[in-house]
Design a protein around this ligand. Structure first.
Ligand code: IDC
Length: 474
């Protein structure tokens, strides 16, 4: 396959000479002024091919710390267009382009940089812009008040009010039957599960994860790493790296990252014990210093006794604890994480013989069109005695396909909200199956925001997830 020729260009914008001007401007300020120092530099780098380009823009704040920013610049050529941006909210009016911070990159300390970018198109030439403003201040490469040229957007927008879920809640821990935040208050995390990353890796990119964090306002991203079915066992190093990268992406956006060791077939977790030890030793070492990683050590044990699952858990948990002593760990339960119900048992087998470890929770999974009142009643009973996390559920039937059962899904989520049980919905993907939130083909494109890209399940889940969180801070 032949690629079109690429040109790389790099431009450092630090047009420094402001001396006399700056002095004049300073002289007109009241001497007691507490006005914040402003200043910035921007590098703008492009890779282009015929008619298209990618721009990478690094903003450095040289002034006092800011808690929100807007970058402005103008394209020199009338045919230049931003077609898809990332790590900022991009807009264009005529030649004037504006990029506004997202909640996770709005704060820039003095000297701090952030990188944003976009894909663009052009018709004639593709010259780089030569002047940039940050919050209305021209980026000259030094500090000092300057007057923005009239064509640039006005000093903008209040800093983003919202903090990210991780910024607010910090390191979580299990408290009684709940999950508590850094203030010791029970919280519920609401988010989405990936599909198998061996199949739908293309669905997890900057644009889609930005949408999950800022448009869906998800608290949580579950990373489903199948072990079998062309998953981890075929390339342990490769899958470990992919999981690590997705944890970093979730972290950058202030979301909790749940690492799901997605065992399914065979149902005996012991089949994967050595793989689990190797995998969790590596990922827990890598993320030990983070406060937003939750470990789910086996997805859906089935066809095995609770005591086998407990035995597995008591061998894997110490591997994680050796690196990351305070992380919350979730243990799958008997019969596809149904607390045993789907194989004729119930939660009391766990209550009578709990995993010998602290700071752990037990997984419960349901598919709303298949699992109804008797499962809800069991969750209600179990939740009084065990810390539960719904690490996976579908709005459809247990095959992952079929229509959305709105009534049952609503009953389920109302119950979980009331009990403050966290959840991750299966799946944030564009597979052609009822449980997928994104319409088929979405992951080939670059837009993941709004409802036009969503299936019935996706639209329902986005509405539930984006409602305001209740995260007490005292
Ligand atoms: C299903 C996917 C489907 C895929 C299959 C492969 O939706 O596209 O072909 O896995 O095994 C679970 C599992 C989860 C299942 C899901 C739906 O954790 O892997 O995903 N489900 O069947 N438990 C109950 C239902």
């Amino acid at each position: 396959m032949k690629h079109p020729p690429r040109r790389t260009r790099r431009l450092l914008v630090t047009a420094g000479a402001v001396g006399a001007l700056t002095l004049g401007a300073l002289a007109s300020l009241p001497t007691t002024s507490a006005m914040a120092a402003t200043g910035c530099s921007v590098t703008y780098t492009t890779n282009s091919w015929s008619g298209g380009f990618t721009a990478s823009v690094t903003i450095t704040n040289l002034g006092d710390a800011v808690s929100g920013w807007t970058l402005g610049f103008s394209f020199p050529d009338g045919g230049q267009r931003v077609t898809q941006g990332w790590s900022a909210t991009w807009s264009q009016s005529g030649r004037a382009v504006t990029a506004q911070d997202l909640s996770w990159n709005g704060s820039l300390a003095t000297g701090a940089s952030t990188n944003i970018g976009f894909n663009g198109s052009f018709t004639g030439a593709n010259p780089s812009p030569t002047s940039f403003t940050l919050n209305g201040t021209v980026c000259t490469g030094s500090t000092g008040p300057t007057t923005p040229p009239p064509s640039t957007p006005p000093p903008t927008t209040p800093p983003p009010g919202g903090q990210t879920p991780v910024a607010i809640n910090g390191q979580l821990r299990v408290c009684g039957v709940n999950l508590c935040n850094q203030y010791g208050r029970p919280i519920q995390l609401r988010g989405m599960s990936s599909h198998g990353i061996q199949w739908f890796g293309n669905c997890y990119n900057s644009a889609s994860l930005d949408a999950l964090a800022t448009d869906w306002r998800a608290d949580l991203f579950r990373i489903a790493m199948y072990v079998q079915e062309q998953g981890y066992e075929t390339d342990p190093t490769g899958f470990t790296n992919r999981v690590n990268n997705l944890v970093e992406e979730a972290t950058r956006r202030g979301m909790y990252a749940m690492i799901d060791f997605h065992t399914l077939t065979p149902g005996d977790p012991m089949h994967n014990l050595e793989r689990a030890k190797t995998f969790f030793a590596t990922v827990s070492a890598r993320h030990a210093a983070k406060n937003n990683v939750i470990y789910e050590i086996t997805n859906e044990p089935n066809g095995v006794s609770w005591s086998t699952i407990k035995n597995y858990a008591e061998q894997v948990i110490p591997v994680i604890r050796a690196n990351d002593p305070d992380a919350v760990i979730i243990v799958g339960t008997r019969a596809w994480s149904s607390l045993g119900v789907s194989e004729g048992s119930n939660h009391t087998e766990i209550v009578n013989n709990p995993v010998n470890a602290s700071n752990i929770m037990y997984a419960f999974h349901f598919y709303a069109a298949s699992h109804r009142d008797n499962y809800r009643a069991e969750v209600e009973r179990a939740a009084a005695r065990l810390p539960l996390f719904v690490t996976e559920f579908g709005t459809v039937d247990y095959t992952g396909d079929g229509g959305v059962d709105l009534a049952s899904s609503t009953q389920w989520l109302d119950l979980l909200d009331r009990l403050k049980i966290g959840y991750a919905n299966w799946t944030f993907s564009d597979k052609a199956e009822g449980s997928a939130a994104l319409r088929p083909g979405t992951c080939n494109g670059s837009n993941y925001t709004g409802t036009s890209v969503l299936t019935a399940s996706g639209a329902f889940m986005r509405e539930r997830i984006r409602t305001p969180d209740n995260f007490p801070t005292s």
